[in-house]
Ligand binder design. Structure first.
Ligand SMILES: Cc1ncc(COP(=O)(O)O)c(C=O)c1O
Length: 375
């Protein structure tokens, strides 16, 4: 089937307008401050292997959809760790350890956050304990071990791995570096979000004089989306439409925006987009997202393989892109929203639109990536 007719059938699953949408730069920067954001950039940009990841034009896709431009932030190139998560966990490890070589770092992870924490710990010569659920692939576990971490597999889902991490960390006096906030644990998740905001600093310098009309942000517990919103408040002097995309099976941000308060959802089937298969938005991200997000959209897993292949076959851009499962939902939701003429009009997707999407990860799980490419 030719590419054009193929994408014309793509659909989003759910769409929601945030009735409480009111972007307030001051409110956002009172939660994650300018100085916290600037400090993250100062520290991370001084790391040996630091260089900005590419911002790629998906010019073939924007021509097909008759949009002005679609920009894709390619995080497959982030520090050889293959995802934006490299910016968060490793930065938090550096800040909380404060040069102390004796502490032991611990975390629970769906994969990429743990890789970042393990890498950051190794860089500083710290011991590291990583808790993973039964759903995290052995491939991802192996990569974390290759950075010297002890990987502990826990029966059950992500929540179970986090509970076990908290329990053992209390017993052994390990320092938890988690990307999820809870009532008395907000500082470290804020550090991870500040780390992620480096992406927006880079983008603000890569975009030259153009302005984004729409920014589509993937969400699991919302840390990356909120970090980007904070980056928008810090680095841009205009307000694009901010759209959060989630797997249809794990729409915890959409459900919370719908009701106006944090909703814990029940996940019936884990999404293939493992890093985004989360049942509850984290506290600090929620405070940022609840008013700044203009729309929420969800997508099914059905288009993941097709998008991974199209990125790799240079059907969307001049160059080949290695984009893993969590790199796909921004593109899928954009195509789905575009194909619905009412929604297209409602959110002003037209020939003047410049859209920003995030290629959050490359082939971070090489085995899954190969499967998606070939199936
Ligand atoms: C690989 C990966 N993990 C996790 C997430 C979700 O991040 P957060 O839990 O901070 O919302 C994403 C976002 O798309 C992702 O691509």
């Amino acid at each position: 089937m030719p590419f054009e007719s193929e994408v014309s059938n793509w659909k989003y699953s759910n769409f929601l307008i945030n009735k409480k949408n009111k972007f307030s730069k001051n409110d956002i920067l009172s939660i994650l401050s300018k100085s916290e954001i600037d400090e993250a950039y100062r520290v991370i940009s001084a790391w040996d292997s630091y260089s900005p990841t590419p911002l790629i034009s998906l010019n073939k896709l924007s021509e097909k959809l008759k949009l002005n431009n679609i920009f894709y932030k390619d995080e497959s190139k982030r520090f050889n760790l293959k995802s934006f998560k490299a910016l968060g966990g490793a930065y938090a490890v550096e800040k909380v350890s404060k040069g102390n070589k004796e502490i032991v770092i611990s975390t629970a992870t769906a994969g990429n956050h743990g890789r970042s924490v393990a890498w950051g710990s190794k860089k500083l010569g710290l011991k590291c304990k990583i808790f993973i659920s039964e759903y995290v692939s052995e491939f991802r576990a192996k990569v974390m071990r290759s950075f010297g971490a002890d990987v502990i597999r826990v029966k059950g889902n992500y929540d179970a791995s986090l509970k076990e991490c908290v329990k053992q960390s209390k017993q052994n006096n390990w320092q938890i570096v988690q990307d999820v906030a809870w009532e008395d644990y907000k500082l470290v998740p804020k550090l991870t979000m500040a780390g992620y905001s480096v992406m927006m600093k880079e983008i603000s310098e890569q975009i030259n004089n153009e302005q984004f009309s729409h920014v589509i942000l993937q969400a699991g517990v919302g840390g990356m989306a909120a970090g980007m919103v904070a980056g928008i408040a810090r680095y841009l002097n205009y307000i694009p439409k901010i759209i959060v995309v989630e797997p249809e099976s794990a729409a915890c941000v959409l459900e919370s925006i719908k009701s106006g308060k944090i909703e814990k959802i029940s996940i019936k089937k884990e999404s293939l987009m493992g890093g985004m298969s989360c049942d509850e938005v984290s506290l600090v991200p929620w405070e940022i997202l609840k008013n700044s997000v203009s729309h929420c959209v969800t997508v099914s897993d059905n288009y993941i393989g097709k998008t991974v292949k199209s990125l790799s076959n240079s059907e969307f851009s001049e160059e080949k892109i290695v984009g893993g499962e969590c790199s796909t939902p921004g593109i899928v939701s954009l195509i789905g929203m575009y194909n619905d003429i009412e929604i297209r009009k409602k959110i002003n997707l037209n020939e003047n639109s410049n859209i920003l999407v995030f290629g959050c990860e490359g082939d971070a799980d090489e085995e899954l990536y190969q499967k998606l490419l070939t199936e």
